[in-house]
Write a protein that binds this ligand. Structure first.
Ligand SMILES: *Cc1c(COP(=O)(O)O)cnc(C)c1O
Length: 479
């Protein structure tokens, strides 16, 4: 443990140094802490990293170029970067029981790109090089190189559909993954909202993807990765899991056995800043046969690594290996379930009827609202959520019909199941008192709404009262 005043002193001094150069930046940083302290944050993808994690990012590691991997750099003088990168990778391997860890990706998107290109290099490029008896791509003839580039751009991916909770980086057209791959998606059963593994197997048999992707940002249930691996094996696909959202639940051993992706997938990607509670960044875990290709992430896909962020990853992963992190992960799920039950008891409709992870999706059509109206009304009442599609969403991806809520951040603050019931009451109060608005011509609007200011104020006051009992960064006093 650091001494009681060390954290306050560290952040206060840092602000003083910044204020001397550009006071508006120092003020914005201080204001951000104040805003975060006051906000009832139910954003499922956000969290609060520890002071040690935050401080590990603000230093001269940021000045260093370190392309390559530990011990094999394209730049001289990387011995200290080697230390932190090796430490972060070691903590990751130990924490997740993974054969190999690559901690350079700058974000979740980047981790997925590294994974996709590692698989393409292993399964498309390497065999082509072998056929041409070339050691590397620069040795190919123009004709062979042209053919290889076409082959790389003509591969198939099967992933979860966006409205069922999949992610844009799993082969959807607005993202580069959709321009790289011929993509098909599997959805969920319309009656239950759950993944139908027989349907996934059927889609895999028909489509024969090179890569089968599991993982989500808005699915409130566990996924059976053993079954998904069997499906991948049955069609010769590489099985990839993107655990960006639920890595903290894997780290904290809430998801074990069939529900732990690491022993089942060929390759696993994640962010480090969501339920894992580390710095903003990404990471790839893989089986030994893909390790060499994954380590080529920089310069294949990534720019120079961010050594200051790798240092912070090492700190956060060390924290996640402590026994209290498992307790934290259990509490995240207990809180999500208490919140879901509180909402159901008050008459709300939830996608799949509940949750067994860190998030839930409220179908707000039962309140007569769109996701957009609900999101704004909740924000007026001091409750921060985000709108999200529901399966077969009648309102499309912009207005949506859902509200996604998640508990990793509030659990870090220390709120428990009793507080979750209070929050369910506040959410239900706002949603049941919000009325959808109309356009000028009298047709129903998907954006306009009316919420009595007195109701919004009252809920807002109750929300901040709730938070005062659970101070955020209690060891940090900037005054
Ligand atoms: C958040 C998320 C990402 C993207 O992470 P960034 O760090 O924002 O790039 C990728 N995949 C899934 C499933 C996610 O939830």
């Amino acid at each position: 443990m650091s001494s009681p005043n060390a954290e306050s002193t560290a952040f206060r001094s840092a602000l003083e140094v910044i204020r001397a150069v550009e006071p508006r930046v120092a003020d914005a940083i201080a204001a951000e802490l104040a805003d975060q302290r006051e906000s009832l944050k139910l954003i499922a993808s956000e969290n609060y990293a520890s002071p040690a994690t935050l401080l590990a990012m603000g230093n001269w590691f940021s000045d260093k170029y370190a392309e390559g991997t530990v011990g094999r750099r394209f730049y001289a003088g990387c011995q200290n970067v080697d230390t932190v990168e090796a430490l972060a990778a070691e903590h990751a391997r130990e924490l997740f029981g993974a054969a190999h860890a690559y901690v350079q990706p700058h974000s979740g998107i980047d981790a997925n790109l590294v994974a996709f290109w590692a698989v393409l290099a292993d399964r498309v490029e390497a065999p082509a090089l072998k056929r041409a008896q070339a050691r590397q791509v620069n040795d190919l003839t123009e004709a062979d190189w042209f053919a290889l580039r076409r082959e790389l751009g003509n591969q198939r991916m099967l992933g979860m559909s966006l409205d069922a909770g999949g992610h844009l980086t799993h082969g959807f057209r607005p993202n580069i993954s959709g321009k790289m791959f011929d993509q098909r998606s599997y959805g969920t059963d319309p009656a239950t909202g759950l993944i139908d593994y027989d349907k996934v197997a059927e889609a895999a048999r028909e489509f024969k993807p090179l890569i089968l992707v599991a993982g989500y940002s808005a699915y409130p249930r566990k996924v059976n990765f053993r079954i998904m691996r069997e499906i991948a094996d049955s069609v010769g696909a590489t099985f990839m899991v993107d655990m960006a959202h639920f890595a903290g639940l894997v780290a904290g051993k809430v998801f074990t056995g069939d529900f732990d992706p690491v022993p089942h997938a060929h390759i696993v990607t994640t962010t480090t800043h969501k339920s894992l509670r580390g710095p903003r960044g990404g990471m790839v875990l893989c089986q030994p046969e893909l390790a060499e290709q994954v380590d080529r992430g920089c310069p294949m896909v990534l720019g120079g690594p961010l050594p200051h962020v790798m240092a912070a990853k090492a700190v956060a992963l060390a924290e996640a290996r402590r026994p209290d992190f498992a307790d934290y992960a259990q509490r995240i799920v207990a809180n999500a379930q208490a919140l879901a039950e509180g909402l159901l008891r008050r008459g709300a409709t939830l996608v799949t009827g509940g949750t067994d992870n860190h998030l839930a999706i409220i179908d707000v059509t039962s309140y007569g609202l769109t996701g957009r109206q609900a999101e704004q009304a909740l924000l007026d009442a001091g409750i921060v959520t985000n709108r999200n599609s529901v399966p077969q969403d009648p309102n499309g991806a912009w207005y949506t019909s859902g509200i996604r809520i998640g508990t990793p951040a509030l659990t870090t603050r220390g709120l428990g199941t009793a507080e979750m019931d209070t929050i369910a009451e506040l959410i239900h109060t706002v949603l049941s008192q919000t009325r959808p608005g109309a356009n000028a011509d009298g047709t129903p609007s998907k954006a306009k709404y009316a919420l009595d200011a007195a109701v919004a104020d009252k809920v807002s006051r109750q929300a901040s009262e709730l938070l005062t009992g659970f101070p955020l960064y209690p060891t940090v006093d900037l005054t």
